[in-house]
Ligand binder design. Structure first.
Ligand SMILES: [Zn+2]
Length: 283
């Protein structure tokens, strides 16, 4: 675990926050730069999820105290399934057999994880199968999709996953003005209602804008939380320092749950009311 790069450290920092605050999402899409170098970090995350010792710090892993971690290392843990493309595609049949496999309750722990490598290789028919999993997640089953580029993954899948990136996205410091304006409301979400019309007219006029905006906010919140305990160079986000980590993690969950609904033909204003109310409720 020596010589971690900044993004790798950021990743670990974030997964530890997720575990410590018990805010595990049911589906993650993780962007990897160098697969062989970074897959071990993904496995650390998986171990934290599955370890029977309720570990929430990476340095406490590999305790050699529990079977789960050992079996994961030996690649023979039944509650971790890894799906890889056969040839150039991930086939529907592979996902159906995963579904069969996970049909029965786990005999070992409460959680099960499946990893899909090269999620961009899901073809439309296999994507449909996986979407059913992602839309109706079964308690305790956690999906981890891997890709080298989130934009090559089908939009319907992307919108249902929390995206964590191990790529060096140096665009962090440059946040769109509208996004920044909206983010400031997250420190005082009740103002979302008092300034409703103004926000609607100027920064969130339609579904498409909203989708992009909330995607961007999710990513910024994740980055912010991942770097929070380190030297904070994100002084443009200092207004978030007064907001509790748990609340910010709840915001991420809310955004994750609400964005997919925008894909359906729902009333956009009702959708806004709903997401605003949820922000207010957690605060
Ligand atoms: Zn363990």
């Amino acid at each position: 675990m020596n010589d971690l790069t900044y993004v790798q450290e950021r990743f670990i920092n974030y997964i530890e926050k997720i575990m410590q605050s018990n805010k595990l999402s049911h589906s993650y899409l993780i962007e990897l730069g160098d697969f062989s170098l970074e897959f071990p970090l993904v496995l650390l995350f998986v171990k934290m999820i599955l370890c029977s010792e309720s570990v929430n710090k990476v340095t406490d892993l590999n305790c050699n105290r529990c079977n789960s971690c050992r079996l994961i290392d030996e690649n023979s843990f039944p509650d971790l399934q890894i799906i890889e493309a056969e040839g150039n595609q991930i086939k529907k049949s592979q996902l159906l057999s995963l579904k069969d496999e996970y049909q029965n309750k786990s005999l070992i722990g409460q959680r099960r994880v499946y990893i899909i490598k090269n999620a961009e290789k899901l073809n439309p028919s296999s994507a449909n199968t996986i979407l059913k999993f992602l839309e109706e997640p079964e308690e305790g089953i956690i999906a981890i999709l891997l890709t080298s580029n989130r934009y090559q993954v089908l939009d319907t899948i992307l919108s249902r996953c929390q995206v964590l990136s191990l790529l060096d996205d140096s665009d962090f410091g440059d946040i769109d003005d509208n996004v920044m304006t909206f983010m400031k409301y997250l420190a005082h979400p009740e103002d979302l209602f008092t300034r409703y019309k103004e926000i609607y007219d100027s920064i969130l006029p339609d579904k498409e804008t909203a989708k992009e905006m909330f995607f961007a906010i999710e990513k910024i919140l994740i980055n912010y939380l991942s770097t929070k305990s380190q030297e904070n160079e994100n002084s443009n986000l200092s207004f978030l320092d007064s907001v509790d980590t748990n609340i910010l993690l709840s915001y991420i969950t809310i955004i994750e749950e609400e964005i997919p609904k925008l894909v359906y033909n729902i009333n956009y204003k009702l959708w806004l009311d709903c997401i605003y109310s949820r922000f207010v409720e957690v605060k």
